[in-house]
Each structure stands twice: as structure tokens, then as C-alpha cells.
Design a protein around this ligand. Structure first.
Ligand SMILES: *Cc1c(COP(=O)(O)O)cnc(C)c1O
Length: 413
């Protein structure tokens, strides 16, 4: 077997990047995605777990097509995600295979709920108010659940903590217990419970603690639940995680006789994605060598949001040439960080940021008029496939009014 056929191995991006016809380029590794889904598939078979892919991490239809036959469905956060995911489900080559679409969002709109109910077969309402207002309109069409908030924080940075004080995400379990005590018949209108409390967690401990807390507080109401959705936010990157997950799910299914779902996003696509960029300028400032790239933090917005230094495939800790890699835009803080190399960087040299498959392209923008990265897939033989190219037409379409063109639109004052 050639090394590129070994799915667990990381893509040889330092070789592959020079085969790309253009940069900046976003490359996703199909073998890596399939490898992760195969690992989860073993848990599905061993425990009965159902796996949904959380579309928002990377909604590219090329990837959805690859993922769809290896999961039990998709989880979505909006009407547009629901439409895109449902197109993927409908065109599936095995029409009778059961695939489901699950939605939860604080932003459910009354004007969209009818269409959402035709697309999604599971809706988890985010507040009791949302539930009372909109659930009657979807009854009989979608299975109705509630997103609960266990109020158990595992994150130090409250910006990413769904359980922070005053969180908008889910019904606080204690509030739900009080409501159920007052109106016990409510349970007959609820088929499932949903929660999502973790973010980039490398351990399943938060999940165990969350389940314990929910059972403790809601235990007497959980009989007869048809499904429980454990959310996403776990990376499953330790070999033991999947055994633990399998045990946990087996026990839950035994206790509640319910279907158990997880909906990972980053775990499936995160490590599969690379951003490749070229050096377009080089100079020294205040004693530091600067290399300007044909990308920027507008293509990896989490670098700026979290003020993180992203890993770089070419970084050599013992290299004697240090550069600050910066982006092309006018933003002074459009900086990736300082990296070391064995040789000086030259114009046209390419560098690659690994592990950026999730939450990068979907949040990317064309700030300063710089184009979005072209999208390439590396197939299981390690061959590159050009999947999508953006250009000036896309930029122009975005910024032109609906009617008229640059030449004919009348001036208004
Ligand atoms: C974002 C999100 C997910 C996926 O999270 P990952 O961190 O990508 O695994 C799943 N469920 C809900 C409700 C989410 O908001």
C-alpha cells in the first residue's frame, strides 16, 4: 500500500502544496474524513449510537456528499443549512437508507418554521417560549425536543461557553424541572432532549458529568423519551474516547430505551483541512523578518478571534530563520505569528496551516477585496481535485445592488 492510502496518516501537505495550481487554497483530505467516520462507525455498530454531522463546521457540498452515506443524518442551525443538507439527503444514491435532519437554534423564525418542518424531522426548541409559540405548528411533521442547558461550565473562556451565566442557549434544567412539576403533561408533547455544552474537548469527562447532572435533575421525567441528542464539541482524538463513548451510549440505551445521537462537526472535518498560502513580500521591521502571505486572518478568523498562533506545517522549532507571518489586509493585527524555518523564505514559497478544516472557510470573508481560497479535495489516492474557484464575479455579485449595474445605477443623494 502506498503511504497516501493509509487513512490515519496525515496528508503530505509539504509535498502536495506545490502541486496546487493556485493559492490561497483550502485543501481537505477525504481519507482523513473517512477515517474518522470509520472510527465512529465502529461505535455505531457496537452501541447503536447515531451520528449526525454538524453542517455548520464546513458546509461544502463536496464534503457533505462524502459524509452523507457514512452518518445517520445532519444537524443544522438555520433554514439555509437545512435546505443544503436536505439536498444532499435527497440525492443520496441509496434512497431508502434512513437519513435525518436535526435542527436547533435560538433564531427560529416564525416565517420559516413551516418550511423547516418539511425539511427537518427533528426540532429541538431552544426556549420554552419558542416551544410554546412554534411547536404547535410542526406537530405531526417533526419530532419535537427541547434543548436544555445543564448549567455546567467546562470552558474558561466564557465566549465559547454555552453554559455561561445568562446564556441564550437552551432551557436551564432547573427551570425545566420547575415547569414540569407544575405541568407534568408537558412531557407527552416532548419526544427528545438535546444538549450541547462542550467545545474542542479532548476528554469525555464533561459529557459524563453533564449526563449525571441531567439524570439527577430530570431523571423522573426522562421515561418515555424517544431520543437524546448529546450535541457536539468533542474531538474523539484519544484512542480510548471511542470505547468510553461506546460504553456510555450502551448504558444510556439500556436505561432509557431511547435513540442516542451525537452531532460532531470539528471532530469530523477539523484535522482534515489545510490552508496553503504563498509568500508575496518580505522585509524587516524593528529587527524582525516579516513575510506577507496571500491569505490573512480573514481566511482563518478564529486566529484573530481567539488571538491564537495557528500551527504551521513548515515550522521547525530548531530552524535558524525566524519570520513573522502576516496577512495581506490593512488590519495591523492581521498576523499569524512567529515561525522558524531551516532556510530563508523566498517570494513564491508556500506554507500550510494544518487542522483548519472546521470554522475557517465558513467564517472567511473577502475583506479588502482579497478573494476567498480556492477549494481542493485530496482524494484517497492522494490526488488533488479542484472543487471550487472563486473570482471577481463572486465579489462583484456580493457588492452590487440587486438591480442595476455599476454603469447604469443612478446616483442618489
Ligand atoms: C456547533 C454545534 C455542534 C458541533 O460542534 P463541534 O464543536 O464542531 O463538534 C453541535 N451541536 C450544536 C448545537 C452546535 O451548536
Amino acid at each position: 500500500m502506498r503511504p497516501s492510502l493509509l487513512p490515519a496518516a496525515a496528508l503530505d501537505i509539504e509535498h502536495l502544496k506545490y502541486l496546487l495550481p493556485e493559492t490561497p487554497a483550502f485543501v481537505y483530505d477525504e481519507a482523513r474524513i473517512i477515517h474518522t467516520l470509520d472510527r465512529l462507525d465502529r461505535v455505531r455498530k457496537a452501541s447503536g449510537l447515531r451520528v449526525l454531522y454538524s453542517v455548520k463546521a464546513f458546509p461544502f457540498a463536496g464534503a457533505l456528499r462524502l459524509i452523507r452515506s457514512r452518518v445517520d443524518g445532519f444537524s443544522v442551525s438555520s433554514l439555509f443549512e437545512a435546505r443544503l443538507a436536505s439536498e444532499m439527503v435527497e440525492t443520496i444514491d441509496r434512497p431508502h437508507a434512513k437519513r435525518s435532519l436535526h435542527i436547533t437554534t435560538p433564531g427560529l423564525r416564525s416565517s420559516e418554521i413551516d418550511e423547516i418542518a418539511t425539511l427537518c424531522d427533528f426540532i429541538s426548541f431552544n426556549s420554552l417560549e419558542q416551544f410554546e409559540r412554534l411547536a404547535p405548528r410542526v406537530a405531526g411533521q417533526a419530532s419535537i425536543g427541547l434543548r436544555i442547558n445543564p448549567k455546567l461550565s467546562f470552558l474558561r473562556d466564557s465566549r465559547y461557553d454555552p453554559c455561561r451565566p445568562h446564556s441564550k442557549l437552551g432551557i436551564p434544567v432547573e427551570e425545566l424541572t420547575r415547569t414540569l412539576d407544575r405541568s407534568p403533561t408537558l412531557t407527552s408533547r416532548i419526544a427528545g432532549l438535546h444538549f450541547h455544552t462542550a467545545f474542542e474537548s479532548s476528554s469525555l469527562a464533561p459529557l459524563k458529568a453533564t449526563i449525571a447532572r441531567i439524570e439527577n435533575l430530570l431523571g423522573r421525567f426522562t421515561n418515555g423519551l424517544e431520543w437524546i441528542n448529546l450535541g457536539g464539541g468533542y474531538l474523539f482524538d484519544n484512542p480510548n474516547d471511542l470505547d468510553e463513548l461506546s460504553e456510555l451510549v450502551t448504558a444510556l440505551i439500556q436505561r432509557y430505551d431511547s435513540n442516542i445521537y451525537i452531532e460532531p462537526g470539528k471532530a469530523i472535518v477539523g484535522r482534515a483541512g489545510y490552508l496553503v498560502a504563498s509568500v508575496v513580500d518580505r522585509f524587516e521591521r524593528d529587527g524582525k523578518a516579516i513575510a506577507v502571505l496571500d491569505t490573512g486572518v480573514n481566511h482563518l478568523p478564529e486566529v484573530f478571534e481567539y488571538q491564537k498562533v495557528p500551527p504551521l506545517a513548515e515550522h521547525r522549532p530548531d530552524g535558524s530563520f525566524e519570520y513573522s507571518l502576516v496577512g495581506s489586509t490593512c488590519l495591523a493585527g492581521d498576523v499569524f505569528g512567529d515561525y522558524r524555518f531551516h532556510a530563508p523564505l523566498n517570494l513564491g514559497d508556500r506554507v500550510s496551516f494544518p487542522n483548519v478544516g472546521a470554522y475557517s472557510l465558513i467564517k472567511a470573508n473577502r475583506f479588502n477585496g482579497y478573494d476567498l481560497p480556492a477549494i481542493f479535495a485530496a482524494d484517497r489516492q492522494g490526488q488533488l481535485k479542484a472543487m471550487k474557484h472563486f473570482g471577481y464575479d463572486d465579489y462583484r455579485k456580493q457588492w452590487l445592488p440587486d438591480e442595476g449595474s455599476l454603469a447604469t445605477a443612478p446616483d442618489r443623494d
